[in-house]
Design a protein around this ligand. Structure first.
Ligand SMILES: [Zn+2]
Length: 434
């Protein structure tokens, strides 16, 4: 007999639960598979009519429910006595309490004697009241039956809805399912942003990146060794489709700078552009093309060898300028030009060197960028006041080195400084009339 700490757990897929609840019999056989390393029982066949044992469907994605060795005998019983599943709930909260078999047999008529081994019993009590459900009682309850006593065990049933729709009613999943984001740059920050966009319920993502996923990427990326050698966009699409099947992901193995003419039409077909690409040119192209397409853009990067993170929201309104307007404003204020103009020989810029940032810092910035993107969609397109942000420009302390002037002079790791953006410069080629 197992102790309470080693009690097994029972997994019932939706199909198994339906086979039991729709059976015309009031009790029947069950066969379980058992995975000893997980102490997990999985219902495998259900007797639905006398001597008719039906194989249970286990959806492919629940890989661990395919483990284990078969032929563990069990039984199901419907409505053996009033409130049996409420008893189960109460007993679960009193670890160590077990019911003598003879007493249990009076409560649950028809329970089979387990013989020398222990048996698994599932009681089914349809028609629970709303109050019973609210306190956590379930239609199905699991019991470990041994001649020396009976213990309640935890049982989990595959819910009707698995996935982002589980959040319906608490988060605007329906609204977000109708929106789309172009994600430019599918590296470590972009991969984390993609996960966060999907996890927020965004309906469609257009992935843009010309590069392959290589061995050196594995340490920082949401993708792992299984993706080495593939194009990042294709591997990330596969990953998202597996993890977030409700979302629609499209792959574009293109370079936002060299293939701008091919990607330009895509700006019109999305609601927002999130740029997590390394380097100066891709960010400038996104800033320019998004403004021209009258779409908001969110730019995310880490600066100065991973000391700081930065997320910029660019909105196509006369109130706020573009990326170049922001950078020029910072230069005018005497701040360093964070556009990393090392390529131009300035030498004073903060450099884009994401390779030195640790993986969680990159994911933090990617997740923040996705939050900014989702909040922008909800606030600007749906007037959701709960999604207002404190500003347009976030500087984030990751590993602050205290060498920079404002606004990059953060004191603390984890600190986020929000600022506004300057208005467009006169004669800005991006912000001005086309
Ligand atoms: Zn501008």
């Amino acid at each position: 007999m197992p102790t309470d700490r080693t009690l097994p757990h029972v997994a019932l897929t939706r199909d198994a639960a339906e086979k039991i609840s729709s059976s015309p019999m009031t009790s029947g056989d069950l066969v379980f598979r058992f995975a000893p390393s997980e102490r997990l029982y999985i219902a495998e066949t259900v007797e639905t009519k006398p001597d008719l044992r039906m194989q249970v469907t286990i959806p492919r994605e629940f890989t661990a429910l395919r483990w284990g060795d078969s032929d563990h005998h069990g039984q199901w019983i419907r409505d053996p006595s009033p409130d049996i599943n409420l008893h189960h709930l109460i007993l679960l909260q009193r670890p160590g309490v077990r019911l003598p078999f003879d007493a249990f047999r009076k409560l649950v008529r028809g329970v089979e004697h387990p013989g020398r081994n222990h048996g698994l019993l599932i009681t089914h009590e349809p028609g629970l009241t709303e109050d019973e459900r609210l306190i956590g009682a379930s239609e199905f309850a699991g019991w470990l039956v041994h001649r020396s006593g009976v213990l309640p065990i935890r049982l989990d049933i595959e819910p009707e809805v698995v996935g982002i729709q589980q959040l319906a009613g608490r988060w605007p999943v329906e609204l977000l399912a109708g929106h789309s984001v172009m994600l430019v740059g599918c590296g470590s920050i972009g991969g984390a942003a993609a996960e966060a966009l999907a996890g927020s319920g965004l309906g469609r993502v257009e992935l843009v990146d010309p590069d392959r996923f290589l061995w050196h990427n594995t340490i920082r990326h949401v993708l792992g060794p299984e993706s080495v050698g593939r194009r990042k966009v294709d591997a990330l699409k596969s990953h998202l489709e597996r993890r977030w099947p409700d979302q629609n992901a499209n792959a574009h193995p293109l370079d936002i700078v060299e293939d701008a003419h091919l990607l330009r039409p895509l700006f019109d077909r999305v609601d927002l552009v999130l740029c997590a690409a390394d380097g100066i040119a891709p960010r400038r192209v996104v800033s320019h093309l998004a403004r021209r397409a009258a779409k908001p853009a969110v730019l995310a990067c880490v600066l100065d060898s991973g000391a700081l993170g930065e997320v910029i929201r660019l909105r196509p309104t006369p109130r706020f300028g573009c990326l170049l307007c922001l950078r020029q404003d910072l230069v005018d204020q005497g701040a360093m030009d964070a556009e990393a103009d090392q390529e131009l020989g300035y030498g004073a810029g903060l450099s884009h060197l994401p390779m030195t940032a640790v993986p969680p810092d990159l994911r933090y910035i990617g997740t923040l960028a996705a939050k900014v993107a989702v909040a922008t969609l909800l606030e600007s397109l749906h007037g959701d006041r709960t999604q207002r942000l404190p500003g347009e420009h976030a500087v984030v302390g990751l590993n602050p080195v205290h060498e920079h002037g404002p606004p990059f002079n953060l004191e603390h790791a984890g600190e986020i400084r929000w600022r506004s953006l300057p208005p467009p410069r006169p004669a800005c080629p991006t912000c001005g009339p086309a």
